[in-house]
Each structure stands twice: as structure tokens, then as C-alpha cells.
Design a protein around this ligand. Structure first.
Ligand SMILES: Cc1cc2nc3c(=O)[nH]c(=O)nc-3n(C[C@H](O)[C@H](O)[C@H](O)COP(=O)(O)OP(=O)(O)OC[C@H]3O[C@@H](n4cnc5c(N)ncnc54)[C@H](O)[C@@H]3O)c2cc1C
Length: 482
């Protein structure tokens, strides 16, 4: 896939993934760690999965390599400068083992509210903790709440200069192993959009017995992860646990989710990489009717569709990660598109790969291919967390007028993705102050008519132009329907 001016590409090298030293360095370490006896040895990770045991060796290796530095913005002493780079790092880990990526990467989600609140929160304290490899959990969900954040019943009331919390957060990743959890709590009895507040809870600083871990939940996938919860019983926390403003919790969480939803796409991209690697090997190794499976037309067709899904997922994720820095005001739309689209696309891709692997996609213990069943189970959670596919689609439905392709913008417009999708474009630094609850417009779709016109002028007869015109016509139809 290639479009005008080098905006859309089709190879990982073109996308810039793998060029940055940190990504290449991590990949080299992951290769080393995956050897027999290493912390990422597939045999060891499969045994942990079987025993529902936490992949502690792999997480310790990532700590030692310095991954926690990428969870902390550079202004607080970390190495997080570009979301695109972080997505590439997490993708590499997910391509080895999705459970490890979920278990370790959770700290990114746990910290994001604090960074987004900036000076109004305990950012300095959290940065020191994360850089010392302390895991951080993010407690939004409650047994009675699920996707409906406004139904949250865990309450925080004033107590002296601090606060007192009661209620449950469940299910939450890393709730038991970590000492820190960012919690959304009801601070107005009537709730509502201004009735919730975020707190950073340090279990070690609460009176004994007032914060209790809930048992680890057995799960269908990511079986080794610490999926549990916390129960607060009149737990007193100090005033400096407050993150952002009192009553600003829902807004802060919704803005933070715009970043974490993009990060979730890294888990899907890594799962796709892993699945395609198994498939590639199978297509050449497996012989049927006297020839390699890769020569069977159906196998070639299905494999081609699986690869095409990966490219498409990659383009959307890459666009979203760069948009986070370049057009953060529009991220409510971009992140919802990415989260609604990429995990579902990869879920379908894994099904295609599973069908091709046949028995080997189903038998857990089979040499070399046993990882597939685990991978497919692990990935099933990605479409549902940080707002399910349907929650994100519902969010987009509410802003459909913004999604109509606008007037004929030319690609030379400042702010057009034609500029900031180029790998040689120096992105703005990630600025969470620019996040907005509602996007004023959508620059990506808005640029489409101009991009198609440019492509048509450059290559009037090409297949790419015909496809681009068809896409624009579809968008026109959608616009009418809206
Ligand atoms: C392994 C695992 C780890 C998790 N880790 C964490 C964590 O670390 N922190 C945390 O806070 N939570 C965590 N969760 C909870 C997760 O985020 C929830 O699954 C999520 O909040 C949705 O809740 P629910 O699955 O109960 O679905 P519900 O909210 O009960 O929704 C039921 C169905 O309705 C659909 N639906 C909901 N709202 C809408 C809508 N507006 N429009 C259309 N359809 C809709 C959903 O897609 C779903 O199909 C975890 C869950 C799991 C399984």
C-alpha cells in the first residue's frame, strides 16, 4: 500500500518501526532472552501459563533493561518522549508473549492520569516509584460498574486534611502485586460528570487492614497475569494522594483513555506479528500432496489476507500514535477509531491463521505451534479493555458529524497528516494539556479529498488511484447517510 508523498507505506521499515535505537536494542535483548533457559524462553512462559503463574523472570528482565523509564515522561526524569516509540517497544514484547506485555505494560496505564494532571498531582513521587520498577495499577472498573464509569460506587470522603475511601475495584490488573493504584472514586454522593476524583493510592501508606487484595481471578487468556482487585474499608489516604482537581476525575480518565487506547493497539500488533511468524513457518514447513502448503491456492489467499490485515492495523496504529503528538485536540476521535478497529481486525486475523494451522492451531503441546492457542486466548482480552470495541463505536456514533469528510482541503494545509505522517517529520512533544474531551474536527478524514486529488494528478491511471477514489466515494455515501 502506498499513497501520495510517502504518506501511506506498506513495510515496517517505511513506518519507522525498528529504526530507533531503543526499539532495536530491545529486540536484540528479546531474541537473546528467548533462548532456552532465558526469561522469555517459550517453554518457561508456557509452563507459567499452565500453572497460572506470573511471568516474573520476563518482567524482571524488562525492568533491568530499563522499560520503566519509558513509562515516565522525560520532564519527570523518564525516557517517554514519543508515543510511537512506546507503541513499537510494547509491540516487540507482545510479539514474544502477550501476557508479559499486558502484565508489565499495565504501569503505563496506571501512571497516565498522574502525568495528564501534571503539576496538580503526585507526578514527582510516581516518577521515582516507577523508575524504581514499582508496578502501578489502574482501578476504574467495579463489580457493578463495567463500562459505565458514572456507576462507580467506591466513595472517597474528606477526612481531616486527607480522604477516606471505601468500596471495591475489580477486576484490576496488577492490583495485588503492585503497591500503587490510581483509583477513580465518587466524591459527590449524587455522582455525575463532576462527581468523581482520581487518587493515587500507596498501599504502604494506608492503615493496616484497610486495603485488602481480592483473590486472583482464573482467566481464559493471560492466565499468568495478576488479575485481581482491591477492597477499601475506610482507608485513610493523605491529601497529596489527590490527582488533578476534586471533581475532575471523569474528565481526567476520559482524556487518559485517549492515550491508553492507542497503546492497546501495540498489544494487537504484537499478537499479529507472533501469529504471522508461526504461519510463515508453517506454510513452508508443512507439506501436503507432495508440495509445500504455501503452494496451495487457498493457503496463499488466506495468508495474503492475514498479512493485509496486519498492514492495515499497522497503518491505523501508526497514524494514531503520531496523531497523539501532532493533533492531540482530535484524539477522542482518532483513539476511538484505533481501539474500535485494530484489536477486532487482529482478532479476525488470528482466526484466519488458526484456520490455516488446522490441528496445530488447536493442540497446545505440539512442537513449535503450541504457542498459537495461548496467543489466541491471550488476545481475546484486548478488544474489551480500556473501553470495548462497542464502547468506542458508541463514542464515535455520538460525533458522526465531525467524521464527515470536510471541504476539499489540500494536502498542503498546515496540520494535514500528509506532513506529520512522514517519518522525517519531527513531531511535537506529547502535550497532555492539549487533550480535549470532544474533537473539533477530524484532520485525517478531512484530508482525504485533497490526498485523493493529489494522487490522481500524480498517477491518473494507477490501481492505487482507483482504490482511493472508491474509498472517497464510500465516504461520500457515508456522509450522505449521516
Ligand atoms: C483480564 C481483565 C483485566 C482487566 N483489567 C482491568 C484493569 O486493570 N483496570 C480496570 O479498571 N478494569 C480492568 N478490567 C475490566 C475491563 O476494563 C472491563 O471488562 C470493562 O470495564 C468492561 O466491563 P464488562 O466487560 O463487564 O462489560 P460491561 O460494561 O458489563 O458491558 C457488557 C456489554 O455491553 C457492551 N457495551 C457496554 N457499553 C456499551 C455502549 N455504550 N454501547 C454499546 N455497547 C456497550 C460491552 O461491549 C459488552 O459487550 C479488566 C478485565 C479483564 C477481563
Amino acid at each position: 500500500m502506498r499513497a501520495t508523498g510517502g504518506v501511506l507505506h506498506s513495510t515496517r521499515e517505511d513506518l519507522g518501526v525498528g529504526r530507533r535505537p531503543a526499539v532495536a536494542d530491545l529486540e536484540e535483548h528479546l531474541r537473546e532472552w528467548s533462548r532456552p533457559g532465558g526469561p522469555f524462553d517459550p517453554g518457561l512462559l508456557a509452563a507459567h501459563e499452565e500453572n497460572e503463574a506470573f511471568p516474573a523472570e520476563a518482567c524482571a528482565a524488562l525492568d533491568a533493561w530499563g522499560l520503566p523509564g519509558f513509562y515516565v515522561p522525560s520532564r519527570y526524569g523518564g525516557r517517554q518522549e514519543s508515543l510511537d516509540e512506546f507503541v513499537a517497544l510494547l509491540r516487540r514484547i507482545a510479539a514474544r508473549d502477550l501476557t508479559v506485555a499486558v502484565a508489565h505494560g499495565k504501569t503505563f496505564l496506571g501512571g497516565v492520569c498522574v502525568w495528564a494532571a501534571g503539576e496538580e498531582g503526585p507526578a514527582g513521587f510516581l516518577a521515582r516509584q516507577v523508575l524504581a520498577s514499582e508496578p502501578v495499577a489502574w482501578g476504574l472498573t467495579e463489580p457493578g460498574g463495567g463500562s459505565d464509569l458514572l456507576a462507580g460506587a467506591l466513595t472517597a470522603g474528606r477526612h481531616g486534611s486527607g480522604w477516606r475511601l471505601s468500596g471495591r475495584k475489580w477486576p484490576v490488573n496488577n492490583a495485588t502485586r503492585g503497591n500503587l493504584m490510581c483509583v477513580l472514586a465518587r466524591t459527590e454522593p449524587g455522582g455525575g460528570a463532576r462527581g468523581f476524583t482520581v487518587f493515587l493510592i500507596d498501599k504502604r501508606a494506608t492503615p493496616q487492614g484497610t486495603v485488602r487484595p481480592l483473590p486472583k481471578m482464573p482467566t481464559h487468556g493471560i492466565r499468568g497475569a495478576d488479575i485481581s482487585g482491591l477492597e477499601f474499608d475506610e482507608a485513610r489516604v493523605p491529601a497529596h494522594a489527590l490527582v488533578g482537581s476534586v471533581g475532575g476525575g471523569i474528565e481526567l480518565v476520559l482524556k487518559s483513555l485517549q492515550l491508553t487506547r492507542i497503546v492497546c493497539t501495540a498489544l494487537s500488533l504484537g499478537a499479529g506479528d507472533h501469529g504471522l511468524a508461526l504461519l510463515r513457518r508453517f506454510l513452508t514447513e508443512r507439506r501436503l500432496y507432495g508440495r509445500a502448503l504455501a503452494e496451495l491456492p487457498h493457503a496463499r489467499d488466506a495468508a495474503g489476507r492475514a498479512v493485509a490485515r496486519q498492514f492495515l492495523a499497522e497503518v491505523v496504529a501508526h497514524t494514531a500514535a503520531r496523531a497523539a503528538q501532532q493533533i492531540p485536540e482530535q484524539l477522542s476521535v482518532v483513539s476511538a477509531v484505533a481501539k474500535a478497529f485494530v484489536p477486532s481486525l487482529i482478532q479476525g486475523q488470528l482466526r484466519l491463521i488458526g484456520d490455516l494451522l488446522g490441528a496445530r492451531g488447536f493442540l497446545a503441546d505440539i512442537e513449535g505451534y503450541g504457542a498459537f492457542a495461548k496467543l489466541e486466548r491471550d488476545h481475546q482480552v484486548v478488544p474489551l479493555f480500556d473501553g470495548s470495541t462497542w464502547v468506542n463505536r458508541a463514542g464515535l456514533a455520538a460525533v458522526l458529524p465531525v467524521l464527515r469528510p470536510g471541504r476539499r482541503r489540500t494536502a498542503s494545509d498546515a496540520g494535514s497528516p500528509v506532513h506529520w505522517l512522514r517519518t522525517d517529520h519531527a513531531l511535537d512533544p506529547l502535550d497532555t494539556d492539549r487533550l480535549r474531551l470532544m474533537a473539533p474536527r477530524d484532520a485525517v478524514l478531512g484530508a482525504l479529498p485533497g490526498l485523493v486529488a493529489e494522487l490522481a494528478a500524480e498517477e491518473p491511471e494507477s490501481d492505487a488511484t482507483a482504490l482511493a477514489r472508491a474509498l472517497l466515494a464510500e465516504c461520500g455515501g457515508l456522509s450522505e447517510a449521516i
